[in-house]
Ligand binder design. Structure first.
Ligand code: FAD
Length: 374
């Protein structure tokens, strides 16, 4: 069997690795040289949380994803997953963590509920409001995103995958086989995986879907050598506040600074028209958030970049064969929370292509679930 993988970001790099590891012939193509800063997968780190309020059906997937990240770390000798814990903080209302706790308790995931006073006692740097509570998800942590992509791609190549970077796919022709035309070559194969991130709808016409590309901004703040911001002393922190609720998250200083960003609230755009500049007002906003919820002054901005979410209306992923072409597997696992799953999505994709089925329930990720006129 031969498979072409279009897009070698978080998803495509993992798919290429899992296919090649099984002895399947892989041709991987990307218009840039991943990891790069134009799509959805840059910025060094991503949160892996096991508490999944979005739906219980995510929990078996994220548990397997974490296992695979650990395996990849062990096999490669590179730290790809760091188990630092994830602390979610939000106003203490009835049922505040009801949905997350449902999954956490059903799957026996280690956790602790913390009052506002506990949070400030244990982590001196966090300044929660008095009416807030926290859920510490102890077995969660951080995936080192760019390292993960590099490692998947390197291991895919070792296993025999042929990767073509700085090569843009222009057209996909479907018949009993698949023909992919790029700006340099024409490739044919038995099947294609389209993991093109925010470019998905530029490549394929998917009339009944309504995906949006949302611009996001993230910052790395200078916290010097302050050990209180290190992964040894601080979990990932995500904070929900205000009415209507707003969210931001922070990732510890792994050497590049303290990462801080809002989740959603970004401008809806297209992949080609997204504003790639970070503005002063966005920087002020982040510095204000830091001052409101953390002790100390926000340090200089060491790095700031834009990044793209590709959102489905339900914010669930799309993992399914094209409705008209059963030799085309379409992956759009973003909506701002896909990276952590990319390890298991690689494995699932290999199962779907090799065996025609997966051990996981993928019902919520089908085309059918995403149709506008459903
Ligand atoms: C700021 C930010 C923070 C995030 N935080 C988290 C988090 O904490 N936890 C989490 O789990 N998820 C998080 N996410 C979401 C996660 O990063 C994405 O779900 C994931 O990176 C999507 O990967 P992808 O492979 O689908 O897309 P991408 O990485 O963008 O890959 C798509 C690839 O396709 C290539 N391509 C497109 N069109 C063509 C073409 N015509 N020819 C050749 N190549 C093509 C592109 O060049 C690109 O390399 C975050 C996202 C952002 C933006």
């Amino acid at each position: 069997m031969k498979v072409i993988v279009i897009g070698l970001g978080a998803m495509g790099s993992s798919v290429s690795y899992h296919l090649a590891k099984r002895g399947i012939e892989v041709v991987g193509i990307d218009q840039f040289s991943p990891p790069h800063a134009f799509g959805s997968s840059h910025g060094d780190t991503r949160i892996l949380r096991l508490g999944y309020a979005e739906g219980m059906y995510y929990v078996p997937l994220v548990l397997r994803a974490r296992e695979l990240w650990k395996e990849l770390s062990n096999e490669s000798g590179i730290e790809i997953f760091s188990e630092t814990g994830v602390l979610s903080v939000r106003p203490n209302k009835e049922g505040s963590f009801k949905n997350s706790l449902k999954g956490i308790e059903s799957f026996g995931i280690k956790h602790e509920l913390l009052s506002s006073a506990d949070i400030s006692d244990v982590y001196g740097v966090i300044k929660p409001e008095d009416d807030m509570i926290g859920l510490l998800d102890k077995e969660s942590g951080v995936v080192h995103a760019e390292r993960a992509i590099e490692t998947h791609l390197a291991k895919a190549q070792i296993a025999g995958a042929k990767l073509f970077t700085d090569e843009r796919v222009l057209k996909i022709d479907f018949s009993s086989t698949v023909e992919v035309k790029t700006d340099k070559n024409t490739f044919s194969a038995d099947a294609v995986v389209v993991s093109a991130g925010a470019w998905l709808t530029e490549l394929l016409t998917l009339p009944k879907l309504n995906f949006e590309v949302e611009r996001q901004v993230f910052f790395f703040l200078d916290v010097g050598n302050d050990e209180k911001f290190s992964p040894e002393n601080l979990p990932v922190v995500s904070i929900e506040y205000g009415e209507p609720a707003r969210n931001f998250y922070c990732i510890q200083n792994f050497g590049k600074g303290f990462k801080i960003a809002r989740h959603h609230e970004g401008k809806i755009s297209t992949v080609n028209n997204a504003d790639r500049e970070v503005h002063l007002q966005e920087r002020d906003d982040i510095e204000n958030l830091f001052s409101r919820f953390f002790n100390g002054l926000p340090g200089n901005v060491l790095e700031s970049k834009t990044c793209l979410y590709t959102n489905t209306p339900t914010r669930d992923f799309l993992i399914d064969f094209h409705p008209d072409h059963d030799n085309a597997l379409i992956l759009s696992p973003c909506s701002g929370h896909g990276f952590k799953f990319s390890s298991v999505i690689g494995e699932i994709s290999a199962d779907l292509l090799e065996k025609g089925k997966s051990d996981f329930n993928l019902e919520e990720f089908s085309f059918e679930k995403h149709y506008i006129d459903r």
